[in-house]
Structure formats: structure tokens, C-alpha cells
Design a protein around this ligand. Structure first.
Ligand SMILES: [Zn+2]
Length: 320
């Protein structure tokens, strides 16, 4: 558990603020990017339970509410966007989101209720609250239409796969804010963890999105979970590896489905795979703890079972 982690400079214009989700460092980040005119874009908002920590981090960086030009979220899952309403009200700034996700920020009730079915009693502790964002404050983004803010220009890519409405922003310094479409890579853990939650994971779309990102050849990937993959070579290697990791985990779950295993057995299967991978990579101590805390085998199984029903089972029937 940590109560303070100072914001970290990733580039001359970009900082990483640790949201300390559930008191854990190095799991969920919010990025700040200084625009050409000196104002600031926030990328990601974090959970609704950690906005005070984010605001504290912004204070540490000397960022006042009036310095915030806008917020953008890569997608509307609660670890990225639940805090957006609160931060938008605090800064009086507009919120950019892919147009397919905008309605969930205007009215988070459905999103919240479906998360409640998964998280139950842990809802408040993890996600706090999710304030609706007035529609006139929301700015929908579309693939290929660049975002111009404060004299800086960002490329906007629709990168579905993790979520239907997932987007990636590339800033003028060549940093790609990749959200969760390029998986989870925690510090001091040499293993990419697939990020495959329900309801709309799609392995083919995720692979295509990784290819799209690779074609744009960013100089670094900024992962919300957690931090930077530096340099074109490392970025290309990472983006080539993600689809293989996703497929390996999907294959493992598929073997369980084909063996008739129930949800709990599939979850046990995913946990076992995860532990075996951590053992093989000699990940111990704090990094192992963080990886396990960030991991949610329940969600992975729900996501992959859904994916299987929607794609694999249908294809095998010849109806897809
Ligand atoms: Zn996430």
C-alpha cells in the first residue's frame, strides 16, 4: 500500500500521475500532456474513488483547474473513466471520448449497473462514484479526424478490440496513449497480461488495432496499466506480441470450455496459467503482488467465454 507517489516525467511534456487504485502503486495511471500554449490535456481520468489522488498529483505538478484545457478517455471502463465527471467539474473542461462511448459518460447508469453485477460489495471501494457529464461538455472523437487543442495536434485512431469504442491518441512527441488495447505491462514484470474483459472483447479487432498502431510507428506506447514502452523497436516488439498473448490465453480458456469446465474451473485454469508464467519469468515480491492485484481472472473468463460464444462456436458451426 502507498499513500503518496510523486508524478513522474515521461517526456519533456508528459507526466504520469499514479491514481493509487485500491491503495496500490503502479497499476492505474493518468497522463498529463502540456500543449503548445502551456495549457494541459489530461489523458484518462482513473476511478471515481481516486480523483482526490489525481488532483493532488496535478497540484504537485503545479497544474491548476484553469490550466486543464480538456480531458480525453481512451474508453469508458471504470478504471479509465469513472473519475471523468468529477475531474471535468473540477476543471470546468470538456471531455473527449470516442463517439460510440459518449452516451455512457452522459448517462453512466447502465455501465455502473453492469459493473455492479461483477464487483458487488467492492463497487464503492474500487470505483467510488461516476458522475454523469453534461452532454454539452462531451466532445465525440472519430477515427482519422485529428484533435487540435491549445496549438497541438493529436492523431486519433479508433482501436477497438478491448472495447468497441476504444481509441488511441498520438501526441506531437510521438507518444501513443494506448489505453488497454495493447494489454497490461506493469513495471518490473516482463510479461504482457492480456486485457480481455466483457462485454465486447474481440481478438481479431484487437490484433488489427495493434497492427494499425504499429503502422503509425509511435516512439513510445503509454499504457494506462502502467507507464511507457520506450523506443520504436520496443514498441514494435510489444505490438507484435500482444495478439499472440491474447491468443494463447484464449486458447487456454477454449480448452477448458471444450472440456466442459464451469466458470470456477475456468477461473482456476487462468490463475494457474498466470502463476506458471510468473514462475517461469522469475517474477517475485512486489512486482508479483502488483501483477496479481491488477489481474482479474473472473473478468478474463467472462470476456473469453463471451468471445468464444460469439466467434469461435459460431464459426465451428459454419454459420458465422
Ligand atoms: Zn483498464
Amino acid at each position: 500500500m502507498s499513500d503518496r507517489v510523486p508524478p513522474r516525467a515521461l517526456t519533456p511534456r508528459t507526466h504520469l500521475v499514479d491514481t493509487l487504485l485500491a491503495g496500490e502503486a503502479g497499476m492505474v495511471g493518468v497522463f498529463t500532456h502540456e500543449l503548445a500554449d502551456g495549457s494541459v490535456l489530461l489523458i484518462e481520468a482513473g476511478s471515481g474513488a481516486t480523483t482526490d489522488t489525481v488532483i493532488q498529483g496535478l497540484n504537485d505538478l503545479g497544474i491548476q483547474p484553469s490550466d486543464v484545457r480538456a480531458l480525453v478517455v481512451t474508453h469508458v471502463h471504470l478504471d479509465h473513466a469513472a473519475g471523468a465527471g468529477h475531474l471535468a467539474a473540477w476543471s470546468d473542461a470538456p471531455v473527449y471520448v470516442h463517439l460510440l462511448g459518449a452516451r455512457h459518460l452522459a448517462n453512466p447508469t447502465r455501465l455502473w449497473n453492469s459493473a455492479e453485477r461483477i464487483y458487488g460489495d467492492a463497487m464503492q471501494r474500487l470505483w467510488g462514484r461516476m458522475d454523469p457529464i453534461p452532454e454539452d461538455r462531451l466532445r465525440p472523437l472519430e477515427d482519422g479526424r485529428p484533435l487540435e487543442l491549445g496549438g497541438s495536434r493529436f492523431e486519433v485512431l479508433h482501436t477497438p478490440g478491448h472495447a468497441r469504442h476504444h481509441l488511441t491518441l498520438i501526441d506531437p512527441e510521438g507518444s501513443a496513449y494506448a489505453g488497454d488495447v495493447a494489454g497490461i505491462l506493469l513495471e518490473d514484470v516482463p510479461i504482457i497480461r492480456p486485457a480481455l474483459p466483457p462485454p465486447d472483447i474481440d481478438l481479431e479487432l484487437a490484433a488489427a488495432s495493434c497492427r494499425t498502431l504499429a503502422q503509425h510507428a509511435p516512439d513510445r506506447l503509454l499504457l494506462t496499466h502502467y507507464g511507457a514502452v520506450e523506443g520504436q523497436e520496443a514498441v514494435q516488439r510489444h505490438l507484435a506480441t500482444v495478439p499472440k498473448r491474447n491468443q494463447a490465453w484464449a486458447d487456454e480458456v477454449q480448452r477448458g470450455i471444450e472440456a466442459g469446465e464451469d466458470h470456477d474451473a475456468l477461473v482456476a485454469r487462468v490463475r494457474q496459467l498466470e502463476q506458471a508464467e510468473l514462475d517461469a519469468a522469475n517474477v517475485e515480491g512486489d512486482p508479483r503482488h502488483r501483477y496479481t492485484a491488477m489481474s482479474n481472472a473472473d473478468m478474463t473468463v467472462m470476456g473469453l467465454v463471451r468471445h468464444h460464444a460469439k466467434h469461435v462456436a459460431v464459426d465451428a458451426d459454419g454459420r458465422g
